[in-house]
Ligand binder design. Structure first.
Ligand SMILES: Nc1ncnc2c1ncn2[C@@H]1O[C@H](COP(=O)(O)OP(=O)(O)OP(=O)(O)O)[C@@H](O)[C@H]1O
Length: 356
């Protein structure tokens, strides 16, 4: 089966005030059917332009864009219309019609598509039930909370049963609790309705909660892409590491290490917890006992990335140095271990096999 979205060496150049701007620069990627695909990057990285190329609101300067088997490149306005109709869109600012009720907002694309009234009403009922807003049908957008407005936005985007849903910063205007509700709804859209979702975001937490795959953008280029867990566990690019550092608060920063050292006697060591070491706490506890040394957790956390555990735990270790060295060598055969020494971080011998 072909990919839902396929970009081949796609570039978009705008005429900026001070010369041409390569908003998207030679991007090649495939978004498979049924995936939730995240596109992450800082402001100006080219994310919005990339989505606008996928839904044919922009035409590429060069390269090829294929959506659901249709090559968009070269199509005229009339040819683009059916392609756009197969794509749902949700926005940061919801873009609801204030003067119309919730039901009328959801019905709007069906009206445009000339559905008969009775069919429209039935579909709206079904959609409002799916997003949990059946009781709000007659209310107006201003009477709803941000999360409820985005639910209406999602219902409206799904009205004509698109195979692809594009979400551009869809949760950026929401608080964390509401964000989680909306992300849970998007998960259901993907799992229960089989809709492929492309999520544009600057928040790594959104990617780790919702996405299967991720592409990291910087200066118009995709600098890294792949399985979300792999990218989180083994980031290759500095920009990716910065995003992950902001999402995982489990690795102590230098100032935190300095405070830990003041508070705790012994050697301070951070141990990575990966899915391959799902029982890492047991391994650590067992090895501590086997080597006859003391250790207690002083910092860290384990989070879920794509529903799999990832994080790290920092220990203060006490006992004879030789025993601690043997313990660290032992653990390094299983996972990444960093010792925070007064001279800086020591990741151990370069030949260690990380995550083996
Ligand atoms: N119509 C346009 N004309 C000129 N320059 C543009 C146009 N649209 C985007 N750009 C420029 O292209 C670059 C990428 O913009 P884009 O909006 O795609 O980035 P982004 O990653 O979505 O950022 P943000 O999250 O701030 O929207 C920016 O430098 C932007 O100024």
């Amino acid at each position: 089966m072909t990919a839902m979205v396929s970009l081949r060496d796609v570039s978009k150049v705008f005429d900026g005030a001070s010369g041409p701007v390569r908003a998207v620069d030679g991007v090649t990627l495939d978004i498979e059917r049924g995936d939730v695909f995240g596109v992450i990057g800082y402001s100006g990285a080219g994310k919005s332009t990339l989505v606008r190329l996928i839904n044919a609101l922009e035409t590429p300067t060069s390269g090829q864009v294929v959506v659901d088997g249709t090559e968009l490149t070269g199509l005229k306005e009339r040819g683009l219309r059916p392609a756009r109709a197969g794509i749902g869109f949700i926005f940061q600012q919801f873009n609801l019609l204030k003067s119309r009720t919730v039901a009328a907002n959801v019905a709007y694309p069906l009206k445009v598509a000339k559905w008969p009234k009775a069919k429209r009403e039935e579909r709206v009922r079904e959609l409002l039930e799916f997003v949990g807003l059946s009781d709000k049908a007659k209310q107006y957008p201003d009477q709803l909370s941000g999360g409820q407005k985005q639910r209406v936005g999602i219902a409206r985007a799904l009205a004509t049963s698109p195979a692809l849903l594009l979400a551009d910063e869809a949760t950026s205007a929401l608080d964390p609790e509401t964000t989680k509700d909306v992300l849970d709804l998007l998960r259901r859209v993907n799992r229960e309705l089989g809709v492929t979702i492309v999520v544009i975001t600057h928040e790594m937490s959104v990617v780790s909660y919702l996405c299967h795959k991720v592409a990291v953008m910087e200066h118009g280029k995709v600098v890294e892409q792949g399985d979300v867990y792999r990218v989180f566990a083994e980031p290759e690019q500095p920009v990716t590491r910065r995003f992950i550092g902001a999402a995982l608060h489990d690795r102590p920063r230098p100032d935190v290490v300095a405070r830990l050292r003041e508070r705790h006697a012994g050697r301070i060591v951070t141990i990575a917890i990966r899915e391959s070491e799902a029982t890492a706490d047991i391994i650590v506890t067992e090895r501590l006992r086997a080597h006859g040394i003391d250790g207690h957790v002083v910092f860290g956390g384990i989070t879920e990335v794509n529903s799999r555990p990832l994080g790290s735990l920092t220990f203060a270790l006490g006992g004879p140095d030789a025993a601690i060295d043997a313990f660290l060598a032992d653990l390094r055969a299983h996972t990444e271990v960093v010792e925070h020494t007064p001279d800086g971080d020591d990741a151990g011998p370069a030949t260690k096999e990380v995550g083996a």
